[in-house]
Design a binder for this molecule. Structure first.
Ligand SMILES: [Zn+2]
Length: 258
């Protein structure tokens, strides 16, 4: 090995050690916290959720079947998506964490939310997937688009951050740019159930029909309430020729009588 190579190897090693040291100092000063109860986690924690929350949070688990049945039967004459996958019921700590994520600048929560979604999809809570079959299940991941102005105001698009991370974990391409919001609608949360479908009608557009035609799509959002938004996105995607649109959300907010 030449002198120059030795020098380069030493520099690379020093930089690597330096980066690791900064990371450790950062974690000691700002220890990782559970995104739900905010308790301090082990310094090596890869996902920001504590054991206690893991045990007590309102996971949908095997109630997923009833969630799908409920949305199929009760909400629309025309349902355009195929299946719904969700991790939690929208209440308690989950609701508080999602509100902090969307409205109080906690953008970094996206990693944990994406991990929880991937975990649910891959670990058979959802029923039919395995690590080897998931890539045949979907051609692409798309997130529910936020209007440009609202994304600018918030500084980030909460659904898109989750879908990009989910794409990285599940190794399925993320192409959220294929679906855009053309209308800056009134926030759905401010409307009554029956007003929501009207408000969201014709608010979305597929940017390149050829890239959607014949594709199996996983559509990602943070919370599903009446489902009007994801249903309208699915309508546009199906009309552009998508053969399957499944919905993946962190939480379902509708009050179920299961
Ligand atoms: Zn916790």
């Amino acid at each position: 090995m030449s002198y120059k190579n030795v020098e380069q190897t030493i520099i690379r090693t020093v930089v690597k050690i330096g980066k690791k040291a900064i990371e450790i100092i950062e974690k000691l000063l700002f220890p990782p916290r559970c995104i739900f109860c905010t308790s301090i986690l082990d310094i090596h924690a890869k996902v920001n959720i504590c054991r206690e929350c893991h045990k007590v949070l309102g996971y949908i688990g095997n109630k997923l079947y009833y969630v799908n049945k409920f949305f199929s039967k009760n909400l629309w004459q025309h349902k355009y998506f195929d299946r719904i996958f969700c991790v939690f019921e929208y209440s308690g700590y989950v609701k508080e964490a999602i509100i902090r994520y969307k409205y109080f600048g906690k953008a970094w929560y996206y990693k944990t939310f994406a991990w929880l979604l991937a975990n649910m999809l891959l670990n058979n809570n959802a029923g039919s997937f395995s690590r080897s079959s998931i890539n045949n299940e979907y051609d692409m991941i798309i997130s529910v688009p936020l209007h440009k102005e609202r994304a600018k105001k918030r500084g980030y698009n909460q659904a898109c951050l989750i879908s990009k991370e989910l794409s990285r974990i599940m190794k399925i391409p993320e192409v959220s740019s294929l679906l855009v919001r053309t209308k800056n609608t009134t926030p759905q949360s401010l409307l009554h159930n029956e007003e929501r479908s009207k408000n969201i009608k014709n608010a979305f557009k597929v940017t390149d029909v050829n890239k959607v035609k014949g594709k199996k799509i996983l559509l990602v959002d943070d919370v599903m309430t009446t489902g009007s938004t994801v249903n309208e996105c699915s309508r546009v995607l199906k009309e552009a020729g998508a053969v399957k649109v499944d919905i993946a959300v962190i939480a379902v907010a509708f009050v179920f009588e299961l």
